[in-house]
Write a protein of this length. Structure first.
Ligand SMILES: Cc1cc2nc3c(=O)[nH]c(=O)nc-3n(C[C@H](O)[C@H](O)[C@H](O)COP(=O)(O)OP(=O)(O)OC[C@H]3O[C@@H](n4cnc5c(N)ncnc54)[C@H](O)[C@@H]3O)c2cc1C
Length: 395
């Protein structure tokens, strides 16, 4: 076994309170040896410490300080409290005369006059109110909200907008396209010993792995949870009596889309994620389930006497595993891409986050990511916000 270790602490944010991120990576070559001498307090720990032998070199990030120095907690935590974008960025400047915060006031349209964005319409107390801007308007409604707002404002595929009776401000076919996500599926175990309560918000550990050792970078990011995740048509153990190794894919090739069902801002848009349209995505998940099962069978988990509850002994062939995955697919909640950044005809925003064809309007959130990163999306989204602030300040 050889081990490389890297650890860094980056602090991002502004104002009195900052968002702290601790990043640690441990690269394991082979499996098993590294685990010796570490203190296992939970099956999720043990699973994280063992990598699938066939996966080749695997980068492991483990979120339990109970393990050795190789293991560093990751999270957005300050003084023992979870930090959100709100607590890190907005709360510290709430008393600024430059800031007005409206809550319970959905934005329903971007105001565009003379071809330039000049504000938004919000619904407040049942009334539609115009909020005007002397500078740029920045949308941060997220992968679903920002695309929906652009479409409601006449910015999107012209034919679709006209069909809904929405006047076209800018014909941008990319709005709502390119929707994608990371995917998860549960491999659930029953435990003979009580499984301790979690310490890290339902996910005790995670690791990065490859479906093929020849790949330059990991394409899997499975998670371990002390909670048995639900499985369609099957009973799973109660919390405290089982745990989950959940295979997750992070180099998604399939692309879905979002579109309006009507011109009514109160009607949620339609989504078709098309998760497994590209055959690679399903193949990768089937491989990941195999790796998760190898982890579940590791000796280190012996004392927990794990019994695989799902997929279970009846699910063996690739076709059977694929069918199980399709039945039990879960979103990783890392949706991105519906207002993709770029320079081609499908781009919605340019590299400075400006909406193409609509001066004065920018989008700054996960929707601008052209491709989902190979990792969680919160921190990259925060960085997009930081970059947007720099673009605005520098004019
Ligand atoms: C259950 C769950 C767990 C997650 N766990 C993690 C994790 O552990 N680590 C990680 O890195 N990422 C995680 N993510 C992903 C992460 O939260 C997102 O990638 C990130 O929040 C995206 O930020 P955003 O600004 O693009 O969108 P959002 O955070 O969704 O912000 C958009 C905001 O705009 C508001 N909005 C939308 N439309 C309108 C409108 N018309 N008018 C007014 N307001 C509007 C929404 O209510 C929302 O508050 C998780 C996501 C979910 C759902």
């Amino acid at each position: 076994m050889s081990r490389l270790e890297g650890e860094g602490t980056g602090r991002i944010g502004s104002g009195r309170r900052r968002l702290g991120l601790v990043v640690s990576a441990v690269v394991l070559v082979g499996a098993g040896g590294w685990f010796a001498g570490t203190q296992v307090q939970s099956p999720a720990d043990a699973a994280a410490a063992h990598t699938a032998p066939k996966a080749g070199p695997v980068t492991v990030a483990v979120v339990r300080p109970s393990l050795t120095a190789s293991v560093v907690a990751t999270g957005s935590v300050d003084d023992g409290r979870r930090v959100s974008a709100w607590t890190a960025f907005v709360q510290p400047v709430l008393d600024s005369p430059l800031l007005t915060v409206l809550t319970g006031a959905p934005v329903v349209r971007v105001l565009v006059e003379g071809g330039r964005a000049c504000g938004v319409e919000v619904v407040e107390g049942g009334r539609t109110v115009a909020v005007r801007s002397a500078g740029d308007v920045v949308l941060s409604g997220g992968t679903i909200g920002s695309a929906q707002l652009l479409l409601l404002s006449g910015i999107g595929p012209a034919d679709e907008l006209r069909a809904l009776g929405i006047g076209v401000v800018a014909d941008l076919p990319g709005v709502g396209a390119n929707l994608h996500d990371h995917a998860l599926a549960p491999v659930v175990y029953e435990s003979a010993r009580p499984v301790p309560a979690g310490t890290s918000n339902k996910i005790e550990a995670q690791y990065f792995a490859k479906t093929d050792p020849a790949l330059a970078a990991p394409d899997l990011q499975p998670v371990m949870s002390h909670v048995p995740l639900p499985v369609v048509g099957q009973d799973v153990p109660a919390e405290g009596h089982g745990y989950t190794v959940a295979p997750g894919t992070i180099r998604t090739l399939s692309r879905g889309r979002l579109w309006l069902r009507s011109a009514d801002p109160g009607e949620a848009p339609a989504l078709d994620p098309r998760y497994f349209e590209e055959p690679y995505d399903l193949r990768a998940m089937v491989t990941a389930v195999g790796q998760a099962r190898e982890i579940g069978e590791q000796k280190a988990l012996g004392e927990w006497r794990p019994r695989e509850v799902a997929p279970g002994p009846g699910v063996v062939t690739d076709d059977e595993i694929a069918a199980y995955v399709k039945r039990n697919l879960a979103s990783y909640h890392h949706q991105v891409g519906t207002c993709r950044m770029g320079t081609g005809p499908d781009a919605v925003v340019d590299p400075l986050l400006r909406v193409r064809g609509v001066p004065g309007l920018r989008v700054a959130d996960a929707s601008v990511m052209p491709a989902v990163p190979s990792g969680n999306t919160h921190a990259p989204t925060v960085m997009i916000g930081e970059r947007c602030a720099e673009f605005l300040i520098s004019g």
